[in-house]
Design a protein around this ligand. Structure first.
Ligand code: NAD
Ligand code: MG
Length: 393
């Protein structure tokens, strides 16, 4: 029996992971499942999969979770420390599918016990990539990408010598605002940002896709996972979302990974790696698709891409600051406190202010330093957002 835990089990990636695991129940033992406010879903799945423990992120919901699990034999727990404890329970394969920097501590705990970490939580790589990868190396853990683009790169690299790679190209759908002029982007509403043309995902990553902050995170994710230099990582807008990434080698060959836009491919690949097994994903009909388009992204309309380059150049704690400021700006946009284009303005100002205060150089990365930078960046972002509102009032 393979011991498996899923953090962020109630979300879009978590549910897709459970869908796959449910198809091979006889070979899997579920150790821990975690969720947030959706206690009913967490309890339902913990019962159905016979989990050892279910953890909600919210301490005030512990009693509700206990009640929902009464008589099931599943242990109930809540809060950050419980999440870390559950992640340090021995498991061979752990899915990291919490959204945001909150996924970092459980991811590290899983790697410390030598697990294979299927990493959907790109924010932890952006915030603390060197720490995460060093923790994996030190404890014999493995990090496998569960982002469609990074799984695609990983697959295109199988059997290749990474030193023969010239460049990688990650694709972006362009989201719902691909053709919008800046003037219209500035007025984009939450509902419009949530209207993704190709992928069904959690709310936060859907908005990040519309602003291309998702792609900005993914550029940094590619650097941290594979060690490419920033100049080797390119982005192309590809509205069909069929080619997920391409790897260019020094002989000019370009290996593309294609597939239907269904995260169960990247999740299933990580689940069965190093083998390939049958997966319940749609097969492509290229003749029916007819054509695939590629365009250069417009950094004037999507400044997040430029910011990602600046973050990589700055190094140190810039990734942690970038991610935290982005999370705060995203919360403010969702709450209707700032406009769509203000998100990048807020993030850029937080980076500039913390950089001039020397707050981006951290020396060797530790969890404490990353969390302190994250915390300060959220405070700074809060001040800037409050200022933006005052000016408008
Ligand atoms: P989601 O919003 O659907 O689910 C997020 C999960 O995290 C839920 O279980 C939620 O309860 C939990 N969570 C939220 N805040 C938490 C906190 N503070 N502490 C603990 N748990 C918390 O998100 P999703 O779309 O499934 O995305 C999950 C991760 O996977 C993200 O990092 C995202 O960038 C990445 N990802 C998602 C997709 C996709 O197609 N959905 C694709 C690639 C990468
Ligand atoms: Mg992606």
């Amino acid at each position: 029996m393979r011991r498996i835990s899923i953090f962020g089990a109630t979300g879009s990636i978590g549910q897709a992971t459970l869908d796959l695991i449910g198809r091979e129940r006889e070979s899997c033992h579920v150790v821990a499942l975690s969720g947030g406010r959706n206690i009913a879903r967490l309890a339902r799945d913990a019962r159905a999969f016979g989990a050892e423990i279910a953890v909600t992120a919210h301490e005030e919901l512990l009693e509700d979770l206990r009640e929902a699990l009464a008589g099931s034999g599943v242990e109930a727990a809540a809060g950050r420390e419980a999440l870390r404890e559950a992640a340090s329970r021995p498991a061979e394969w752990v899915m990291s599918a919490i959204v945001g920097a909150a996924g970092l501590a459980p991811g590290l705990a899983a790697l410390e016990q030598g697990a294979t970490l299927a990493l959907a939580n790109k924010e932890s790589l952006v915030s603390a990539g060197p720490l995460l990868m060093a923790t994996a190396r030190a404890h014999g853990g493995t990090v496998l990408p569960v982002d469609s683009e990074h799984s695609a790169i990983f697959q295109a690299l199988l059997g290749e010598d990474i030193s023969a790679v010239e460049r990688v190209i990650i694709t972006a759908s362009g989201g719902p605002f691909r053709d919008w002029p800046v003037s219209r982007l500035a007025r984009a509403t939450l509902q419009e940002a949530l209207n993704h043309p190709n992928w069904v995902m959690g709310q936060r990553i859907t908005i990040d896709s519309a602003s291309m902050f998702n792609k900005a995170l993914e550029i940094i994710e590619a650097r941290e996972l594979f060690g490419f230099s920033p100049g080797q990582i390119e982005v192309l807008v590809h509205p069909e979302s069929i080619v997920h990434a391409l790897v260019g080698f020094r002989d000019g060959a370009l290996m593309a990974h294609m597939g239907a836009p269904d995260m169960r491919h990247a999740i299933g690949f990580a689940l069965h790696w190093p083998k390939r097994r049958e997966l319940p994903v749609a097969r492509l009909d290229l003749a029916q698709l007819g054509q695939l388009r590629f365009e250069r992204p417009d950094e004037a309309r999507f400044p997040a891409l430029r910011l990602a380059r600046e973050v990589m150049a700055a190094g140190g704690l810039a990734g942690a600051v970038f991610n935290a400021a982005k999370e705060a700006a995203l919360d403010a946009f969702i709450a209707g406190r700032i406009g769509f284009m203000d998100m990048a303005v807020v993030v850029e100002r937080v980076l500039a202010e913390m950089s001039s205060a020397g707050g981006l150089d951290g020396g060797a990365p530790t969890l404490d330093k990353v969390m302190a930078a994250d915390h300060l960046a959220r405070i700074k972002a809060g001040e800037i957002i409050a200022g933006t509102n005052r000016q408008e009032a």
